[in-house]
Design a protein around this ligand. Structure first.
Ligand code: NAD
Ligand code: UD1
Length: 336
């Protein structure tokens, strides 16, 4: 089976490539390396002991996509490629809409031309906006509060329209909660460019001494300790969710939507404590104002993925922290 992975050099894509290769699948990666480096793919091949094919292609370059699809008969596409920084998306919304939405349209048009009609799309819990209650099921109403979130929501809608226009499509929308952690080997992990936006890479860079202290965004939320609660999911569990989606859904048609989360929320202070415990490092932090746009609490009901994909998470919070720490301490400057 041959799988095209867009954005495969990135954080979640590289971990998914390892799982696909270990599952015996042939993998072709395209990535424009806007937020990643080819080194991650070298390490993916070291870990799995199997080769993959890489092409530096931008999804906006339609002609290159066409050429790629002429050369390969893909069974499915896993579509990770996209820009993902919420704050940046507010500053440069048109770049986000062009890259994420136009990129996806180019991809789908090329797929249709070559009769490849199975796509697994990286969606996000951000499409639930501010949920009225937790845990969140797939039926909850959707909303978006920033351009990044809107690209996810619009792409979901575009893919649903595509299916409605042609019932031969097989569309899997995976709504990720908060991916953290790294591969056990310590060879691949999250390598944010510049100052991290997300909690876990920030904590690990404080732990390794690259950053002085963490700002905790608010301790006056209506949560047990007042800090924000999220559903952190180990990136390897998330990667396995993609393989299970292909295992269960390849050959079917329809639009299939799944939450991928653990079903358990942890607060910022609990994350700090867990990280300190496994790393033995002290995490200096300071309570500051809330970050605009943040919600109090968010965690998944992933029962549907368990029932239909036979998928559930197996890695707990200690493992998420230990694996993040191994990656960060062995690669203090990421892939550089
Ligand atoms: P990432 O930035 O590490 O990976 C995305 C990859 O896509 C990068 O390697 C980047 O170079 C590539 N890319 C971007 N635009 C491209 C284009 N036009 N053509 C070709 N390649 C392009 O991000 P990630 O954390 O691995 O996220 C993967 C996907 O999952 C993204 O779509 C993201 O929005 C989504 N997602 C991520 C999270 C998260 O917290 N990490 C949560 C929910 C959803
Ligand atoms: C972020 C994205 C969201 C995306 C989600 C999943 C933003 C605003 N939102 O959400 O679109 O779908 O990741 O990857 O970026 N925190 C701190 N200090 C920090 C960083 C974070 O206290 O330096 C807190 C936040 O307030 C939050 C928690 O840690 O309570 C997690 O934050 P983060 O990792 O950024 O994820 P989300 O806010 O869930």
């Amino acid at each position: 089976m041959k799988i095209l992975v867009t954005g495969g050099a990135g954080y979640i894509g590289s971990h998914t490539c390892v799982q696909l290769l270990e599952h015996g699948m042939d993998v072709v990666v395209i990535d424009n390396l806007a937020n990643s480096s080819e080194e991650s793919l070298k390490r993916v091949q070291e870990i799995s002991g199997r080769p993959l094919e890489f092409h530096k292609i931008d999804l906006l370059e339609r002609a290159w996509l066409e050429a790629l699809f002429r050369d390969h008969q893909f069974d499915a596409v896993i579509h990770f490629a996209g820009l993902k920084a919420v704050g940046e998306s507010v500053q440069i919304p048109l770049s986000y809409y062009r890259n994420n939405i136009s990129g996806t349209i180019n991809l789908c048009e090329t797929m249709a031309n070559h009769n490849v009609k199975t796509i697994v799309f990286s969606s996000s819990a951000t499409v639930y906006g501010e949920p009225e209650q937790v845990p969140i099921t797939e039926e909850f109403p959707t909303a978006a509060y920033n351009p990044y979130g809107r690209t996810k929501l619009f792409i979901e809608e575009i893919l649903k329209d595509l299916y409605n226009s042609d019932n031969a499509w097989n569309i899997v929308l995976l709504r990720y909660f908060n991916p953290v952690g790294a591969h056990k080997s310590g060879k691949i992990g999250e390598d944010p460019k510049g100052l991290p936006n997300n909690l876990m890479p920030f904590i690990s860079q404080v732990a390794v001494g690259k950053l002085k202290e963490l700002s905790v965004f608010g301790n006056d939320y209506s949560t047990p300790d007042g800090t924000g609660v999220r559903d952190y999911i180990h990136v390897v569990d998330l990667a396995i969710g993609h393989v299970k989606s292909l295992d269960k859904l390849l050959g079917k048609t329809g639009v299939h939507t799944y939450n991928l989360g653990t079903g358990r929320g942890y607060s910022v202070l609990e994350m700090i404590k867990a990280f300190e415990k496994v790393s033995g490092q002290r995490i200096n932090f300071n309570i500051v104002d809330r970050r605009p746009g943040d919600i109090a609490e968010c965690f998944a009901d992933s029962t549907k993925a368990l029932k239909e994909l036979d998928w559930k998470t197996e890695r707990d919070i200690d493992e998420m922290c230990a694996d993040t720490w191994r990656w960060q301490s062995q690669n203090p400057d990421g892939y550089q």
